[in-house]
Design a protein around this ligand. Sequence first.
Ligand SMILES: *Cc1c(COP(=O)(O)O)cnc(C)c1O
Length: 396
Amino acid sequence: MTTTNPLAFLGEQLNAWREAGTYQQLRILESECAAEASFDGKDVINLASNNYLGLTTHPKLIEASVAAARAYGAGSGAVRTISGTMTLHMRLEERIARFKNVEACVVFQSGFAANAGTVSAILTPEDHIVSDSLNHASIIDGCRLSKAKIHVFQHKDHVAAERILGELAGKSGRKLLITDGVFSMDGDIAPLPELVSAAEKHGAIMMVDDAHSSGVLGRNGRGTVDHFNLHGRVDIQVGTLSKAIGVLGGYVCGSRNLIEFLYQRARPFLFSTSHPPAVAAACLAAFDVLEKEPERIENLWKNTRYLKAGLMDAGFDTGMSETPITPVMVGEAAQAFAFSRALFEDGVLATGIGFPTVPEGKARVRTIVAATHTTPQLDRAIEVFAKVGKRLGIIK
Ligand SMILES: *Cc1c(COP(=O)(O)O)cnc(C)c1O
């Protein structure tokens, strides 16, 4: 009897990706996540982590997580709504709400869960979502899960967003206007003041995902709402605890009723176990650090300016970036992955990104600088970029 493997298509697809040069090999981190770290047996300058402020290895966070594990154990034992809500979880939510100057906050297991869980909980198939074309995958998935009608506007085109809201004015159903605060692949900032005005004018719910702005933009890293001084005018603020905060998780900030509603209906909150105590405790410590060590954020922006200027002086196209995320535009995906591999051989880790993460023809190598990079490290990184970029014909 001959049996055919019903999963044979997986191997065929993998081979096709390998041949096209777009197969992504996982890099294995063998040290702590630091400005210079060991991947695959090689010490490299790490321009590929979201550890903007170096908090993954901050002694205060490590001590807090160890102490919490000793006091409360390794796990929480249940989902939040059954018996997995610990004092630490409540303290963290109160701490974030105070920090963000909002009524209330709910913490999810990840930023992905926060976005997907929130959009799908508050909207129904009768409703409408107006969404930036470059919004994060977790927003897109949340929109799809809600089954609401999705209207995509061109990246950052707030005039188009407002026009769509105008066209929807006569239609029934709720309207949600949703955007990333900082866009993860391009490092540009959403036109939030204009979007907020459009939402207000048309009675839409305004939601912003501040994953890459938490700890980066605004006073002490309070995010884009603070950066643009839009307090009280954005209904739903999402943030992540996994990037600049250095740990793991996502949160939603807004009115008490919004948070109570999500406690009742957000599916990741109801059906997936809460954070271990060590995670909640480390996040709590991180917010203290944000308030007590503002020099970290100052350093982050100083390094951002330095690396960006260096890459641009070398002749690279750094796209639309306005933040510590600086893409180096390449074009074809295979070329971006080849560039990334060659950089790695010369001691710099920067991620190659191609379709479907970014549009076809817009492949790039993405750099993310941290507060903890030293000037000599950045000089070395710029030198390697220039040398390898010339060799591969990306710059002249
Ligand atoms: C990283 C990211 C998320 C997901 O956050 P996690 O905490 O890593 O799940 C959500 N939105 C945006 C814009 C992101 O960049």
